[in-house]
Design a protein around this ligand. Structure first.
Ligand code: P6P
Length: 354
């Protein structure tokens, strides 16, 4: 009978040896060429995350790492130096890899073709290289968000029209949270799994498997500074939060950190449409849809302002925005009830009373 030390040592080795690439192969239950490619792609994303994490850790020490570039991106947002660095990292780690043919990034107006890989790869990576970059200069958490899609057809005209399909078509999705530790969360449609970067190994080590969002949580995460710009159902919902015990407002200004809290503790994150931006602020293809994929894989929900599931939305462009309500099933349903309430009031009288 092995002694306790041996059992604990074996458990530690077992845990420490479950790296991201091994986990992906285990998830795919295959060692075939496609599984190897997907494992290599996830490993490349993880390598990009390590480079970004290292830069963020040193940002206060490295000349010219923080602050603004003076440019605006396709979103009309001021571009931070860290946005540019992180975007360049993702391009660099996939160049000459043969793994990904096309890149779609918040920081690039158009699809970026890695032509040297397009003859061998059928994959497109869509990503927000640094989400929440306003937090970079004040050393608060930021993240990267990604989605992987398989190319449909040959995209001869290079318009990427095949990418404009609902989020159900995503092959994989995930994010990296750059916080006190760097956490890599992903799903390939078989549950949501989290890995923590062990700097001593330079590896992402499995931390949690098959994460489930609690059915309900006390957190509601929204920028209440936009209250005056919201439609009445959202104002009524926030008033309900204020008047009922058991709710806590938590909002970091960085979607990845706010969503990770919801994933682990439950609750709901909202970014409704506003008077200025009725379509909302968050981008569908590389922010809302990847997180919606994860939320549904973890037993939660994600809808847009008109109660449509995020994953059903038909994109009209690679930088399309949608409102986002995402989190625990019960807490999303509570927001939804206010949307239904309002639509019932506006509905014809024949609608049955609730
Ligand atoms: P606001 C960051 O710019 C971001 O895209 C998300 O990470 C975040 O949730 C949101 O915008 C914050 O926007 O309008 O509340 O500052």
């Amino acid at each position: 009978m092995p002694d306790t030390y041996q059992i604990e040592a074996d458990a530690a080795l077992g845990r420490d040896s479950m790296t991201l690439s091994q986990h992906v192969l285990q998830q795919l239950d295959s060692f075939g060429p496609e599984a190897q490619d997907l494992s290599a792609i996830m490993n490349r994303i993880a390598f990009a995350a390590k480079l970004v994490s290292r830069r963020l850790t040193r940002a206060g020490l490295v000349e010219d790492a923080m602050g603004f570039t003076g440019r605006q991106n396709v979103q009309g947002e001021s571009v931070k130096k860290m946005d540019v660095y992180a975007n360049d990292v993702f391009i660099t780690v996939f160049q000459q890899s043969g793994l990904v043919c096309r890149l779609v990034s918040e920081e690039m107006d158009d699809i970026y073709h890695l032509n040297e890989s397009c003859s061998t790869s059928r994959y497109t990576l869509l990503y927000d290289p640094i989400d929440g970059s306003s937090n970079v200069d004040i050393n608060l958490n930021v993240g990267s968000i990604f989605a992987l899609r398989r190319q449909q057809g040959n995209d001869i005209d290079q318009t990427g029209a095949d990418l404009l399909t609902p989020g159900h078509d995503q092959l994989a999705a995930g994010y990296v949270l750059y916080g006190p530790s760097t956490v890599f969360v992903y799903s390939m449609g078989k549950g949501v799994h989290a890995f923590t970067l062990d700097p001593s190994l330079g590896e992402f080590i499995l931390a949690s498997e098959n994460i489930q969002i609690p059915e309900h949580g006390s957190n509601y995460s929204v920028n209440e500074g936009n209250f005056w710009q919201w439609a009445d159902p959202f104002r009524d919902y926030i008033r309900y939060m204020h008047r009922h015990e058991g709710y806590s407002g938590r909002y970091s200004g960085a979607l990845v950190g706010d969503f990770h809290r919801i994933l682990m503790q439950g609750g709901v994150f909202l970014y409704p449409g506003t008077l200025k931006k009725p379509e909302g602020k968050l981008r569908l293809l590389y922010e809302s849809a990847p997180l919606a994929f994860l939320a549904e894989q973890a037993g939660g929900r994600a809808i847009v302002g008109d109660r449509q599931p995020v994953l059903d939305v038909q994109p009209n462009g690679i930088h399309m925005r949608t409102p986002l309500i995402i989190g625990s099933a019960e807490d999303v349903a509570l927001v939804e009830s206010f949307l239904q309430e309002r639509s019932l009031e506006q509905a014809p009288l024949s609608t049955p009373a609730r």
